[in-house]
Ligand binder design. Structure first.
Ligand code: FAD
Length: 500
């Protein structure tokens, strides 16, 4: 049957290693049909509390790049604005019955519900819907936690998808992307944004594997060295300029190049790249949790901790956290840096989340939304499980509470980063910037919003009041069965020092 094959682009904005596009192109050629490349801009998604102006800005640039890539292979991108089901209905009326192709998406609850609605629409209208796996994340009965790592490795080693030489494209009217303001999105203090698109992503992957990545394992700990020494690939993985398989295969090639080199330089590279490949596993390991249990965007993995931090967060503390006005210089510097750049390294993300959850006793759902909006690379499947982990509500991870002052001394030993991002402290020299309360003179900067030792003592006693119960211990086992990593022996639950 010569019908149209619609490729529904979501967060996979590339044409290479794109299984839905490859499947649609093959089917259209075999049937004498056509391929339509579609992006549906859904205003209701952009009204969600975790979405922000910076995400939309990056999306627009990534779509501009996708349009150019499609043009190179003779196609064009059709944009439709509205709910996905309504957009498909309209398309159905315009072009008649079609087949739909897309990647499986592990997004927030809103996209999960939307995908259910689209599947129901497809069943109702008899529209075939091919959903293709894009990451090493397994859906429904395809998930077997015990074989997960092996299957991840196999998927990453499989050949990348290729396109036929000529694709028979369909054309249809396209709408203009709305202005951010029309979606209720206001600028949010972003000063510099990573460049979007395929070329930028390839350049950054190449520079990480060949120039920047040698000291990855040490550089990653601090925002000062991490900006250069981390791969910075997250935003490209989230919007899909590169597939995880492309990143993994490029890394394996580089590892092979370094294999027989006995130099110290090559040894350092090999260790760093091993560590990087571990992070790529983590990407899918974390996303697998949300895929298996979409509720963990809003409910703790271990239900024993439900309601632990009350029904609402203290608005004054939440605002101080969001504005970076907590009186802890390194925390405030990290928030200012994140606001200006849309990115910060893993350790500081963990510190920010832990500070919000333990020191400020904010609900992780609320501080999690604040951070989600600020991360240009917001990925719900990593973000929410990490938010829970750094808040002590998974039941299976060690309770890790960071000392913001110690982190400042460790990760910004000269104090320059903190001075740069907290202008009020520029008058303090060297490490003195991390403890303005000891400066011996008045500084125009707020006092600490909470006292560290007392806040940590209180938080630990509240967490352990639950964690020590038999019910919580029994539930932890169930959480581990469902979500835990099977690599290595299970670590016992233990108390962690408060000075991490
Ligand atoms: C509270 C919290 C929230 C987070 N939210 C997000 C998020 O919304 N989006 C996001 O991409 N990452 C998130 N992370 C994980 C991590 O901090 C970022 O992936 C990383 O900082 C991105 O920079 P990079 O690409 O240079 O990382 P690299 O260190 O170069 O890592 C390479 C890739 O591995 C994956 N990765 C690295 N660390 C982790 C991790 N701890 N867990 C899962 N995958 C990982 C990412 O895909 C990353 O791009 C979060 C971490 C914490 C503690």
């Amino acid at each position: 049957m010569a019908r149209t094959h619609v490729v529904w682009f979501k967060r996979d904005l590339r044409v290479s290693d794109h299984a839905p596009l490859a499947a649609a192109a093959r089917a259209a050629r075999a049937e004498g049909g056509r391929v339509l490349a579609l992006y549906v801009l859904e205003p209701a998604l952009w009204a969600q509390a975790d979405m922000s102006h910076r995400h939309y800005r990056f999306l627009n640039d990534a779509l501009t790049d996708l349009r150019a890539r499609l043009r190179e292979i003779g196609g064009s991108l059709v944009v439709r604005i509205g709910e996905a089901v309504a957009a498909f209905d309209a398309l159905h009326a315009e072009i008649g019955p079609f087949a739909l192709h897309a990647h499986e998406e592990t997004g927030n609850r809103w996209t999960f519900d939307r995908d259910e609605a689209v599947r129901a629409w497809c069943r109702r209208t008899g529209t075939p819907f091919g959903e293709h796996r894009q990451f090493g994340i397994f859906r429904g009965s395809a998930l077997d936690r015990n074989r997960w790592a092996k299957r991840w490795d196999a998927m990453m080693a499989a050949p990348t998808e290729t396109l036929p030489d000529a694709i028979p494209w369909a054309r249809a009217a396209s709408e203009r992307m709305p202005a951010a303001a029309a979606l209720g999105l206001a600028p949010d203090g972003m000063e510099t944004m990573q460049e979007a698109g395929r070329e930028a992503a390839e350049t950054i992957l190449h520079s990480f594997l060949h120039e920047r990545g040698r000291d990855y394992r040490t550089d990653m700990s601090s925002p000062v060295t991490g900006e250069w020494g981390c791969s910075r690939l997250s935003v490209h993985t989230v919007f899909g300029a590169l597939s995880m398989r492309e990143i993994h295969q490029a890394t394996v090639l580089r590892q092979a190049e370094l294999e027989d080199d006995p130099s110290d330089e090559a040894k350092a590279w090999r260790a760093s790249l091993r560590s990087f490949v571990g992070r790529l596993h983590w990407h899918c390991h974390f996303m697998q949790k949300l895929e298996a249990e979409p509720d963990i965007e809003t409910r703790p993995m271990a239900r024993a901790y439900e309601g632990l931090r009350g029904e609402t967060s203290d608005p004054v503390r939440l605002a101080a956290f969001e504005r970076g006005e907590t009186g802890y210089p390194f925390v405030d510097a990290c928030m200012a840096y994140l606001r200006a750049t849309g990115w910060i390294n893993f350790r500081m993300r963990a510190m920010l989340m832990s500070f919000a959850s333990y020191h400020l006793w904010l609900r992780w759902q609320d501080s999690g939304d604040v951070l989600a909006r600020l991360f240009t690379d917001y990925e719900p499947g990593i973000h929410w499980p990490q938010a829970q982990m750094q808040s002590g509500v998974t039941g299976i991870n060690a309770v890790r509470i960071y000392s913001p002052v110690k982190q400042g001394h460790d990760q910004d030993p000269t104090g320059d980063f903190t001075r740069r991002w907290v202008p009020a402290l520029r008058g303090l020299e060297g490490k003195a910037v991390h403890e303005p309360w000891n400066a011996g003179r008045a500084v125009n900067y707020p006092p600490p919003i909470v006292e560290h030792t007392a806040a940590v003592r209180e938080a630990k006693s509240r967490i352990w009041a639950i964690r020590g119960t038999n019910a919580a211990k029994a539930e932890a086992q169930a959480v581990f069965e469902k979500h835990g990593s099977r690599r290595g022996p299970r670590r016992p639950l233990r108390r962690k020092a408060a000075n991490a």
